[in-house]
Ligand binder design. Sequence first.
Ligand code: SF4
Ligand code: SF4
Length: 441
Amino acid sequence: MQTNFSLAQLADPDVAESEKILRKCVHCGFCTATCPTYVTLGNELDSPRGRIYLIKDMLENGRPADKQIVTHIDRCLSCLACMTTCPSGVNYMHLVDHARAHIQETYRRPLLDRLTRAMLAFVLPHPARFRTALKLARLGKPFVGLFERIPALKPLGAMLKLAPASIPTASPMACPGVHAGQGKKKGRIAILTGCAQSVLDPAINETTISLLTRLGVEVVVPEGEGCCGALVHHMGREQAALASARQNVDAWTRAIDQGGLDAIIITASGCGTTIKDYGFMLRLDPAYAEKAARVSALAKDITEYLAGLDLPEPVRKPGTVVAYHSACSMQHGQKITRQPKELLAKAGFVVREPREGHLCCGSAGTYNILQSEISAKLRDRKVKNIEATGAQIVATGNIGCITQIASAAKLPVVHTIKLLDWAYGGPKPEGVAEERLIVAE
Ligand code: SF4
Ligand code: SF4
């Protein structure tokens, strides 16, 4: 694609980066076919190609964002299916991240939208605040119907609807410390405790620590780590995202210096995509660029790490049919497609893949709150495809997808690690009834 940026514009490294990306796009439109919003809404401006044109126009003319571009960029899930499809290697992720930061800087949203976004950015990345908010949400649940009828209050209704009926107690294993591996030491890793997942399902990391230590891996929970920054990053709040990234880079750098790390393990693929991008996000910060690149190189999804270990034979071969839902951040963001399915199969599960596996379930960070109607359509489509597999359980590697799919599916939805842990001697995953564990014909 031809671009017309001035030399003065290109002196801005973010503009220069976006220009490089724009020049790679050859307008072929292959990406439209796999874009969930184009498939759902049928509007070119809600396709990757349409959005790329809108972003190009905004950046080239150096103008503030307007209502039209905000509408279509807000509808983008950042699912990155377009990046998987694009034959020209267009880095849509960095382009849309830049566009979102530009929108945040130059566009004044309506008051309620601003308040909702500010509240999400204030609450979600902080486990203590999120826990309190979920408790308060119980009081608001009876008003969901009312909020859903008032357009400006729809996000509030969506939030209350998603809030779980009960909140698990916080896990002591999330406290900073070291969990020694059993037997011969196979490795040393740090685990991301994160934010929302640690409140909604602390058992995911507990299970991960339990399985890894049984396999001989030492697990460090570093002091000072926190939210990866993805939630605010996707809202265009660049400084807040960079502050989270720096805080985590510092925490993991200390852990590296204190005893070395083979990997930084992430159990939520949405966080993994962002942490693997820290090197790019902090490339212009001389104090952090090198450390951030080192952290990104060490970041691994738990299934990526387990696939590299010499695993023993599972203690039980469940034979249960599992529908594997590959989160967008897993398959498109991190290009991890094989390992989770292979691990499940090796552990004795019968793995089935739902149709249209490339399409997002509509969770996408805060998307199911801020764009609840499109999100619900995508969720229902996903659940229909999952249920058509005839599986007894759904496995996936991202807390956002677990919450989203579980809100509509009749099947239990669990993190992949819980099924693997169970096959390798851990307890049966909570919420999975015995009758779900029947062996496939
Ligand atoms: S990130 Fe997803 S929703 Fe956004 S343009 Fe690409 S495919 Fe479409
Ligand atoms: S597939 Fe790639 S090159 Fe083709 S229009 Fe989409 S982004 Fe541009």
